[in-house]
Write a new protein. Structure first.
Length: 157
């Protein structure tokens, strides 16, 4: 497929509905994990313009920084620490409307105000997380949860 992403305006659902088949197309025929995570992070950043979009992968007993778009970030996060480590420990998506109100939130960037973290789950085991940060409060809701879970579900990791 062409590598240019078609960016649309519209409400959040419309934006995801345009983006999802394009992400599916990007992943089709490519089995390399890093390549696929890198393109997902880039596609989300391009369409939505969020502050930070990217992945942490479970390596031994920590989450380690993977492909991302945005400002440089913390490289390692322990299980149960911060939003990412809590999403890993609880194996569920966490929506954080105001990061300052999340106990133990890890501030990689002082610009981050709200966040959503979606776990990657294979055979019932969390293998990593998708983390998205916004520079404004209250940017994520059930719509993001639904579509971002659908996106990570396209990965076989
Ligand atoms: N805020 C995250 C850390 C990762 S950065 O936002 C990229 C957390 O609390 O887990």
């Amino acid at each position: 497929m062409a590598e240019d992403l078609q960016i649309i305006t519209g409400n959040k659902t419309e934006q995801y509905q345009s983006l999802l088949p394009q992400i599916k197309g990007l992943l089709e025929g490519e089995t390399d994990l890093v390549a696929n995570l890198a393109n997902i992070a880039a596609a989300l950043k391009e369409q939505f313009g969020w502050l930070w979009t990217g992945f942490y992968l479970v390596k031994e007993d920590e989450l380690v920084l993977g492909p991302f778009q945005g400002p440089v970030a913390c490289t390692r996060i322990r299980k149960g620490r911060g939003v990412c480590g809590t999403s890993w420990a609880e194996a569920k998506t966490l929506i954080v409307p105001d990061v300052e109100k999340f106990p133990g939130h890890i501030a990689c960037s002082s610009l981050s105000k709200s966040e959503i973290v979606v776990p990657l789950i294979k055979d019932g085991v969390v293998t990593g997380v998708l983390d998205v940060d916004a520079s404004e409060y209250n940017q994520f809701d059930e719509t993001d949860k639904r579509f971002l879970e659908e996106i990570v579900g396209m990965l076989s990791y």
